[in-house]
Design a protein around this ligand. Structure first.
Ligand code: G7M
Length: 456
């Protein structure tokens, strides 16, 4: 973030005229963020001053630990903070400039915008996290020769569409394959409409206002149908860009016919495991997170214990709306999947369950009874992770043949320590997945595909 001497001068003045009588405070200590992780959302140190800036109240305050604690408890702050959470436009402009407007209209400059919670950010900002400065290697897999588009700011006008891979009308998603200008290898762009805020105040602010354009399509008696164009900040969509995308990625996101496989532990050892070992998706993104090389400022909980530790952060595809809450817990230890779990992993699983629930309650105010906590089998990425999603959100991958509740996994192992080395596990496999062919070769799936059967 460039900081000119001019802006520093301006800042000096602004701070003087705006600041509260001071200063019983002390300079903000970054370790306070570790002690109070939720402060990352709203407390910003002010450069070279014994003050902190409250992003919610848009005001500087004297900066002692007890003062911040007291301020957090005030009604005025609680109200301002709840407004802040949804005011994406303001968040965006604040994070972009690193300067904040005070009530009198002047600005103060605050430190290190990278501590901002990423759950609050727009997807395009998440993309810029992979900047050259951060030296985050992208997932190259089989496309190692092409430089990732994430290394610099991207523009979708440079994206040449090649193929529509899939459409999910229920979830309002499109999956498109194409190329970014100057890059040979394929990219996948996933666009997804965001869910609506449910609080009246945000619906009102976002949609029922003068800025929203509404056009009549037709009327039939008491019924009218209209097309609506909300203001820019409220009509954003979530975009995920995968580049360079490997053939496995293209297969994963393409339309395909599915078949159900009932995998015994024997077929896991003889067919599935060799397949995973030869062609699983790269775990580089997981390792980057675990080593704090990527998404470090999105981490909401971390327990570094090598056996029982884990780390929590928002899922890549979460748009930040509480109604679609999607958080991931990544185990520190490399464990491939639930197939490897036994009694020795119970402390880890119980730790994820307990501390994960506590963290989500503290951070997002969602109690355990409103959470769906589960693991996938088969997962896309073979490093043990647990999904925490809002129960009323119909998240992807919660089909009975894929989602395994964490509580059930724990109970199964408590009842039988080697349950996951004994039980048959069913999963769906797509016809264009190489694993499908392997199961076919072993006579465990019919040799004729559904399409060829239809024509015969
Ligand atoms: O299907 P599986 O259980 O393996 O789910 C993996 C989850 O990891 C999905 O919900 C993805 O959206 C999420 N995910 C994948 N990547 C590549 C990332 C990433 O780079 N960062 C984060 N935070 N989540 C990811």
């Amino acid at each position: 973030m460039p900081k000119t001497s001019q802006s520093k001068k301006a800042k000096g003045k602004a701070v003087k005229s705006d600041l509260p009588k001071r200063s019983s405070g002390k300079k903000f200590q970054l370790q306070w963020y570790d002690e109070y992780p939720e402060w990352r959302n709203w407390v910003r140190p002010i450069k070279n001053d014994n003050l902190f800036y409250c992003r919610a109240c848009k005001k500087p305050f004297s900066c002692s630990k007890s003062n911040i604690e007291c301020h957090e408890k005030t009604k005025v702050h609680a109200k301002a903070f709840s407004l802040l959470k949804f005011d994406e436009a303001r968040i965006l402009s604040q994070t972009a400039s690193g300067k904040f407007l005070t009530r009198s209209g002047s600005t103060v400059e605050v430190e290190d915008y990278s501590v901002l919670n990423m759950a609050d950010r727009k997807p395009e900002e998440i993309v810029t996290e992979c900047s050259p400065e951060k030296k985050v290697k992208s997932e190259l897999e089989k496309c190692e020769n092409d430089v990732s588009v994430h290394k610099s700011a991207i523009s979708l006008s440079n994206f040449q569409m090649k193929r529509l891979l899939n459409v999910n009308s229920a979830r309002k998603q499109v999956f498109v394959e194409g190329n970014f200008a100057g890059h040979d290898s394929s990219a996948i762009v996933i666009l997804e409409k965001k869910s609506f805020p449910v609080e009246e105040i945000f619906l009102n602010r976002g949609f029922f206002n003068e800025g929203t354009i509404i056009r009549k399509n037709y009327r039939n008696g008491i019924y009218g149908n209209y097309e609506c164009f909300p203001t820019r900040e409220y009509n954003g969509i979530n975009a995920t860009v995968i580049h360079p995308a490997s053939q496995s990625h293209l297969d994963k996101y393409s339309v395909k016919e599915l078949h159900l496989v009932e995998e015994t532990y024997e077929t896991y050892k003889n067919i599935t495991l060799p397949h995973i070992e030869s062609q699983q998706f790269s775990l580089e993104w997981v390792d980057n997170i675990l080593a704090h090389r990527a998404e470090a400022d999105r981490i909401i909980y971390e327990d570094k214990n090598k056996e029982t530790g884990f780390l929590m952060l928002p899922d890549l595809k979460w748009d930040g709306n509480p109604e679609s809450l999607t958080v991931l817990a990544l185990a520190i230890k490399r464990i491939k999947s639930i197939r490897e779990l036994n009694a020795s992993h119970l402390p880890l699983l119980k730790n994820i369950q307990k501390a994960g629930i506590e963290t989500i309650l503290k951070k997002y105010n969602v109690p355990a009874s409103r959470l769906r906590i589960y693991l996938h089998y088969r997962p896309s990425y073979y490093h043990l992770h647990v999904h925490f999603t809002y129960l009323m959100f119909e998240s992807q991958g919660t089909f009975v043949e894929k989602a395994h509740l964490l509580s059930t996994v724990i109970q199964n192992i408590e009842l039988m320590p080697d349950y996951y080395q004994k039980a048959s596990l069913s999963f769906a496999v797509a016809e264009n997945d190489p694993l499908y062919k392997k199961y076919q070769e072993h006579g465990l799936l019919p040799s004729e595909t559904s399409s060829s059967a239809e024509t015969s």
